[in-house]
Design a protein around this ligand. Structure first.
Ligand code: PBG
Length: 327
């Protein structure tokens, strides 16, 4: 049997760099990248995070420098996480107007607030001694409604410090409504809410626990979503939109591109995706072993996340990727 000569040849559009560039459907731009940054109270030098080579817990001083560097690279946003010196049962430092996150917000807003969007994590796990994202009921379970009261207070102190956008990440029911009401009630109508809408109970947050010094024993499965489920993400989306979310997010990114796609198909507001600590560490570890091409892997993961429908991507490679995109 003779070989059938193909009439249709998809390879034509792959032949030269010029034609590949012409037909590329997905493009990355530094402005849609958001850099997560950690700032630790009471340290005089940045503290490396073992499980995340290249990422550190900043001092207030080095945080300002990192913020300037990110702004110069053209990154669109910074997501700040505070690492307090003291943790307690209710996460008191999270609502201390002079707590580390609030100080960092003031510093960074003053430094680059006119160039990039300054965002802050609104959650209790960095601040509680038990490591959960909320306060505990007498039986040890996470008390949804008592936690909402804490989130409302956190929203106000973060907004008072000057943050542009808060990121409630605790997956408590009703959190977006409570945060929106607290912001509006304190004269912060212009502070936006980036809702962690579909947030899964994921093994890929492992390195982050070290990054924020979380002392969590057990897991977050009673509030974060089951990786087996996609439908409930659409329900969470409906709720977050009804409660006033300005942006919605899917997290982690790479193992949840199907969820991201479904959310992006129907969301009337921008959809962000968080390429989390474990996604970063996997690539770094493989690259350190010489098993994959690091830069190609970085760009491929970011491109896939955009292709699946993300408008913004939170990534620990934001500055490096922004520079690669410019060169
Ligand atoms: C909760 C929060 C977490 C991350 C971001 N916000 C941890 C968790 O929910 O367990 C993880 C981010 C990452 O892994 O990079 N404050």
């Amino acid at each position: 049997m003779g070989v059938q000569i193909p009439v249709v040849r998809p390879r034509r559009l792959r032949t030269t760099p010029a034609v590949r560039r012409l037909v590329a459907e997905t493009r990355l731009h530094p402005a849609e990248l958001i850099l997560p940054l950690f700032v630790r109270e009471g340290v005089t030098a940045p503290v490396p995070i073992n499980a995340m080579p290249g990422v550190v817990q900043h001092t207030r001083d080095t945080l300002r420098k990192a913020a300037v560097e990110a702004a110069e690279a053209g990154v669109g946003g910074l997501m700040l996480f505070g690492v307090p010196a003291v943790q307690d049962a209710v996460g008191s430092e999270g609502t201390n107007p002079d707590g580390i996150l609030q100080q960092a917000i003031r510093d960074v807003v003053a430094e680059v607030g006119d160039q990039v969007v300054i965002m802050s994590d609104l959650c209790l796990d960095e601040y509680t001694d038990h490591g959960h994202c909320g306060v505990l009921a007498a039986d040890g379970s996470v008390d949804n409604d008592a936690t909402l009261e804490r989130y409302a207070e956190m929203a106000v102190v973060q907004a008072d410090a000057g943050v542009h956008m808060v990121g409630p990440s605790g997956m408590m029911d009703g959190q977006i409504a409570v945060v929106r009401e607290a912001l509006d009630g304190s004269g912060h109508q212009d502070v936006s809410v980036l809702a962690y809408t579909a947030k899964y109970a994921s093994a890929f947050y492992g390195p982050f626990r070290e990054a924020v010094g979380s002392s969590l024993k057990g897991d977050r499965k009673s509030y974060q979503q089951d990786p087996a489920n996609a439908r409930e993400s659409l329900r969470e989306l409906e709720l977050d939109l009804a409660e006033g979310a300005d942006l919605v997010m899917v997290k982690p990114a790479m193992s949840y591109l199907d969820v991201l796609w479904q959310v992006a198909e129907v969301s009337p507001v921008p959809v962000a995706a968080y390429q989390v600590s474990g996604e970063y560490s996997m690539v770094e570890a493989a690259a350190a072993n010489g098993w994959i091409d690091r830069e190609r892997a970085i760009m491929e993961t970011l491109t896939s996340i955009r292709r699946a429908g993300a408008n913004q991507v939170l990534t620990y490679w934001a500055v490096e990727a922004a520079r690669m995109l410019r060169d």
